[in-house]
Design a protein around this ligand. Structure first.
Ligand SMILES: [Zn+2]
Length: 438
């Protein structure tokens, strides 16, 4: 099997791997100024997408800008999220070099889309493909690719439940055919929105993400406990809490947290649209009944008639995009609440260097609409990560000790591959543009 790394090799963003010159796995976009795309635009016979995040799907519509119409295979939520993200990219950058596709290309995506559930094998460009729940966001998949000689397991981005506090009685082979019917969130410490990855299908080679290969995350239930206590304290003191959150996954996760602890909450930004979409795909969330309750518990902001200005006096949590304060309705709320030290801004994800969110954490100031504003409101950060941490990645790879491991999707892929070699694992970190035969 031949693997050509067109993006996401020794970096995070623009993931793209061409298998046997015929099958493309992911085709993402690296969010930067300006955005970056995979180093080549191949002409694959078929495309398979692991999950609906910009760094894995952001450039997919560009594959349809010529005459070729390769089928695109994904889960139903991944298809919907790709369309949402692509429409947003068109709105932000349409018609410029920063948007490598057009409205027409996007319409073609609908024509070539083929959706599949977990564990339903299908054929793509002469390969047998099977998706397994990756536990990262709804619809996220580990992708098993079999070319008849070699079985490659492409992890995509993934997350494991922390089983230390639970009974730990999980079959190695994964006995869960979908998220449906899994134990409710209380039984394990993990994401409330999606069950962690459990399937460990046999594979001859593993291509593994390594975003947090040098980080150990605090137990999820402890993070949630601190977050809830802090929000409740602020509301009790009469303040408002702005909760910047990514639209896909994080917004819904925090809605579930708010419902579980009876914290009054509003939801604003692109996360509203994503939430409505996920209601149509209850099989891809961990507990569809809890999700339904979270949706009816939250109040969705329309933004009409000065609603946002009224909400800031409501003693509630406001879950809103963007997660790093680089746009979205968060920019309306923060200037309104920033002067009062009773108020709080609770960040819920990693803040990339150079973003207003990172600046706010480090300096107590934020540049909003071109103006640097001092912030007297309290600023806190909580790590609700949807990626496996170092222990999670090692736990996952424990099932593949005999298989070569290729490391990608990280800032220190080469160092992590070297660590794995030290443990006796045949491991390497392919470089951008490199072709590897496995
Ligand atoms: Zn992702």
């Amino acid at each position: 099997m031949k693997l050509r790394f067109l993006g996401g090799a020794r970096e995070v963003g623009r993931s793209a791997i061409l298998v046997n010159d015929a099958l493309l796995l992911d085709f993402g976009m690296l969010t930067a100024n300006p955005p970056q795309f995979p180093v080549e635009t191949p002409a694959p016979e078929a495309v398979v997408v692991s999950h609906g995040h910009l760094d894995h799907v952001g450039t997919v519509p560009a594959l349809l800008s010529g005459d070729a119409r390769p089928p695109i295979h994904w889960t139903p939520p991944t298809y919907e999220l790709t369309m949402t993200l692509a429409r947003d990219t068109l709105k932000l950058h349409g018609g410029s070099f920063h948007c490598p596709f057009t409205e027409t290309d996007l319409r073609r995506v609908t024509q070539v889309s083929e959706t599949h559930g977990y564990r339903e094998s299908f054929e793509a460009a002469g390969h047998e493909i099977t998706f397994y729940n990756a536990g990262h966001i709804p619809g996220s998949a580990h992708v098993l690719v079999d070319d008849g000689e070699t079985r490659l397991l492409y992890t995509g981005d993934f997350h494991l439940d922390d089983l230390s506090g639970a009974d730990g009685n999980v079959s190695r082979d994964g006995d869960v055919s979908s998220n449906r019917g899994e134990a409710p969130a209380q039984a394990v410490s993990g994401q409330r929105l999606v069950a962690g990855s459990r399937a460990r299908p046999d594979a001859d080679v593993v291509l593994c993400e390594s975003t947090y290969s040098d980080v150990e995350h605090e137990d999820r239930s402890a993070v949630e406990e601190r977050f809830v206590e802090s929000v409740e304290t602020t509301l009790w003191e009469g303040g408002t809490v702005v909760v910047p959150a990514f639209a896909i996954g994080r917004t819904q996760e925090l809605m579930l947290v708010c419902e579980a602890h009876d914290i009054p909450c509003y939801v604003d930004g692109m996360g509203k649209e994503v939430t409505q979409m996920l209601r149509q795909h209850p099989g891809f969330v961990r507990d569809s009944e809890a999700f339904r309750r979270a949706v009816s518990h939250a109040r969705f902001v329309t933004g009409r008639d000065g609603q946002r200005k009224r909400i800031i006096d409501q003693r509630a949590a406001i879950i809103t995009t963007s997660g790093m304060l680089s746009g979205g309705p968060a920019m309306t709320y923060i200037p309104e609440i920033r002067r009062n030290p009773t108020n709080k801004i609770a960040m819920t994800g990693y803040q990339v260097e150079g973003t207003p969110g990172r600046d706010l954490l480090e300096t107590g100031r934020a540049e909003i609409d071109g103006r640097v504003m001092p912030v007297s409101a309290q600023v806190e950060q909580y790590d609700f990560s949807a990626h496996a941490d170092r222990n999670g990645v090692l736990e996952f790879l424990e099932s593949y000790r005999e298989s070569p491991v290729l490391v990608n999707h990280g800032d220190r892929c080469a160092a992590f591959a070297e660590e794995l070699r030290g443990e006796g694992v045949d491991s390497s970190a392919p470089e951008l543009g490199e072709t590897v035969t496995v």
